[in-house]
Design a protein. Structure first.
Length: 369
């Protein structure tokens, strides 16, 4: 292994939870409402249910190869050259995901909080923190996630309680007004943003010190994250309404701006921004960590830390060059990313699992002869 650190099953669960919420807590309501209108919350619940089946597939792969990363599994199952090609496709996915997350951080900060600050500066500062976390190793990332998750639950509780007086139940009607087709469109986009990307956790699963605990933690983290996202989507519709939610780039942040409790409790959007920065930091860190670790394994580099800084510099450049503006970024996320996520997050592991089970059966048949 290229990282000797170990994390507990609970830390793994918290990392999955933070990753699932990730960037989705700010942008998912808009994408879902544009597709499914007032039934966006139904699309969210449907996505969470299907994502459980997806995670069970990931868990099955992990249970067959508990001490191997996804890179090592590919090379074992698919052979040297096909395996390396498959690994390259996965690593490209992890790199593009990391770049998209970094760009999202820059866009949000410069449009909502610090409009006079160059986006390059935001990227450099945030990436610097991610690099520090990556260099410290998975053990430190895992320990910190337990503390951060506690604060995240507290902040979300304050956020939801403060919103309650402004909800309008009528905003959810009519239920299934346009049938199932819009819900399926919403599911297609939502699962690509929050759940298919979870395949990167097969890169860190071998570092969990308890296999069964890791499998349970993976599942529980996804379910809790899904429930929280369902509440965010539902409250966005209940308070802002369908049309207003669809117009907002960051509806949950806009929603927080509407909250005022007397004259002493205002600027609640700071809470939402804090929640988002914490969750997207872990999502970016895990994606980046998976990439540098996988690249090190692919090219037999002894210590992934030696390539962390140069790769981070490449990522900063990529985030600016590949996504020149926020319009281009959102078009990429809506039109191209779902297909890419479906390929790497579903078809790719499905092929690996099918190959693994087929080889296992062949060995069993030979053993009975």
């Amino acid at each position: 292994m290229l990282d000797n650190g170990k994390i507990t099953a609970n830390q793994y669960k918290m990392l999955v939870l933070l990753f699932t919420i990730g960037s989705s807590i700010l942008v998912a309501p808009t994408a879902l409402v544009n597709d499914a209108k007032q039934d966006a919350w139904i699309a969210t619940i449907f996505t969470v249910i299907i994502s459980i089946l997806l995670v069970l597939m990931y868990i099955k792969i992990y249970s067959i190869f508990p001490n191997m990363t996804l890179v090592e599994i590919c090379e074992l199952l698919l052979g040297k050259w096909i395996g390396k090609f498959a690994v390259a496709l996965f690593l490209m996915y992890a790199f593009i995901l990391s770049g998209a997350l970094l760009r999202e951080i820059g866009d949000f900060t410069t449009t909502q909080m610090m409009p006079d600050t160059p986006i390059d500066a935001i990227h450099i500062v945030f990436m610097g923190v991610v690099v520090m976390a990556t260099l410290l190793g998975l053990e430190v990332i895992g320990r910190s996630s337990e503390i951060i998750s506690l604060w995240l639950f507290i902040l979300l509780a304050i956020y939801f309680i403060a919103i309650l007086p402004q909800i309008k139940i009528g905003n959810l009607q009519p239920i299934l007004g346009e049938g199932m087709k819009p819900i399926l469109f919403g599911f297609y986009h939502f699962i690509s943003l929050s759940y298919l990307e979870l395949i990167v956790f097969l890169m860190i699963a071998p570092f969990v010190n308890h296999q069964k605990g890791a499998e349970k933690g993976f599942l529980v983290g996804v379910i809790i994250g899904g429930i929280l996202l369902t509440f965010v989507v539902m409250f966005s519709i209940l308070v802002l309404g369908v049309e207003n939610t669809a117009r907002q780039i960051y509806p949950s942040y806009a929603l927080a701006r509407k909250i005022e409790i007397g004259k002493f409790f205002q600027r609640v959007e700071v809470i939402m921004a804090g929640i988002w920065f914490l969750s997207i930091f872990y999502k970016l860190t895990i994606s980046f960590y998976a990439f540098v670790l996988g690249l090190s394994q692919l090219f037999k580099i002894k210590d992934y830390r030696s390539i962390t800084l140069p790769i981070s510099m490449m990522l900063i450049v990529y985030a600016i060059v590949f996504h020149p503006n926020i319009v281009h970024f959102f078009e990429f996320v809506h039109n191209i990313w779902p297909l890419y996520s479906l390929t790497i997050g579903f078809l790719f592991p499905l092929i690996l699992l099918g190959t693994a089970l087929m080889k296992k059966r062949q060995r069993h048949v030979r053993g009975n002869r």
